[in-house]
Design a protein. Structure first.
Length: 143
């Protein structure tokens, strides 16, 4: 069984899940503590504690990195992501280019649609190439 998570969960729930999950897909979005809290409502310290717990468990992990213009694509965040990737040994890294498939969801919830600025194919290839040079298996997902 596999699960996709952002890891913003209480540690005791992760401990339970680890017993039943064979593969974790873990999102890496915004690693700066203040931006993570403001833009995602997440606690980056909790994320790192859970990430450490997950890797100590030896359950395979695939990192998913959504590359979103104006949110996760800036140089500072990409450098922080690269640093994180070099500290862990994921099974694979999957890059997901920004898309507009969630527009209907935002509309149905009467929420403001985020204003993304787009991400170039060149940036996606450059980002993936830098990570691949570390020896990590990399894929750019097509949506």
């Amino acid at each position: 069984m596999a699960v996709e998570t952002c890891l913003f969960v209480p540690e005791k729930l992760l401990d339970i899940a680890i017993q039943y999950i064979d593969l974790f897909y873990v999102d890496i979005k915004i690693l700066d503590p203040l931006r993570c809290k403001k833009q995602l409502g997440g606690n980056i310290e909790q994320y790192f504690r859970n990430l450490n717990t997950l890797f100590k468990s030896k359950v395979p992990v695939v990192f998913r990195i959504p590359v979103i213009g104006g949110w996760t694509d800036d140089q500072e965040n990409r450098e922080m992501v690269l640093d994180l990737l070099t500290r862990y040994q994921p099974l694979k890294v999957e890059f997901i280019k920004e898309h507009n498939l969630g527009v209907s969801k935002y509309q149905s919830l009467d929420m403001e649609i985020p204003d993304y600025r787009g991400v170039s194919d060149g940036l996606m290839l450059e980002y993936a190439d830098i990570v691949a040079r570390t020896g990590i298996d990399v894929e750019i997902c097509k949506i």
